[in-house]
Design a protein around this ligand. Structure first.
Ligand code: 5GP
Ligand code: ZN
Length: 113
């Protein structure tokens, strides 16, 4: 499948890896929007949050647990952080493979733009 994040997870396109297990791949965003900007993706191709079902959504909980582990390991758990999923055109999704942004290292502001 011609999918950028499938290729990154498979190592066919280089990335700065921060986490990997059987289900999830984590890497640094190429255009960071905060001092820490990690992308966490399921290795299985899921096009967007719209494609989640009771059958495939378990990986989302796992991704949040991975984010919590990275937050503790990288030292931003106490200061806080934001986990973001952009879905579809109005949501600002630009890559058609489900992914979660983990943003930390500055006050992120609210509401989002
Ligand atoms: P979206 O806008 O779909 O929520 O997020 C896609 C993210 O992927 C963007 O933050 C963008 O900077 C990042 N991105 C796009 N292409 C690449 C790439 O080739 N490598 C890495 N590391 N990040 C990418
Ligand atoms: Zn994919």
């Amino acid at each position: 499948m011609d999918c950028l994040f499938c290729k990154i997870a498979a190592g066919e396109i280089p990335s700065t890896k921060v986490y990997e297990d059987d289900l999830v791949y984590g890497f640094l965003d190429i255009d960071p929007q905060a001092p820490t900007h990690i992308i966490l993706i399921p290795k299985a191709h899921i096009a967007s949050a719209n494609e989640l079902t009771e059958e495939n959504a378990g990986v989302v909980g796992h991704i949040f647990a991975v984010a919590a582990k990275l937050a503790k390991e990288q030292g931003f758990a106490d200061a806080g952080y934001r986990i973001v999923n952009n879905c579809g055109k109005d949501g600002g999704q630009t890559v058609g493979h489900l992914h979660f942004h983990v943003l930390a290292g500055r006050n992120l502001g609210w509401p989002p733009g």
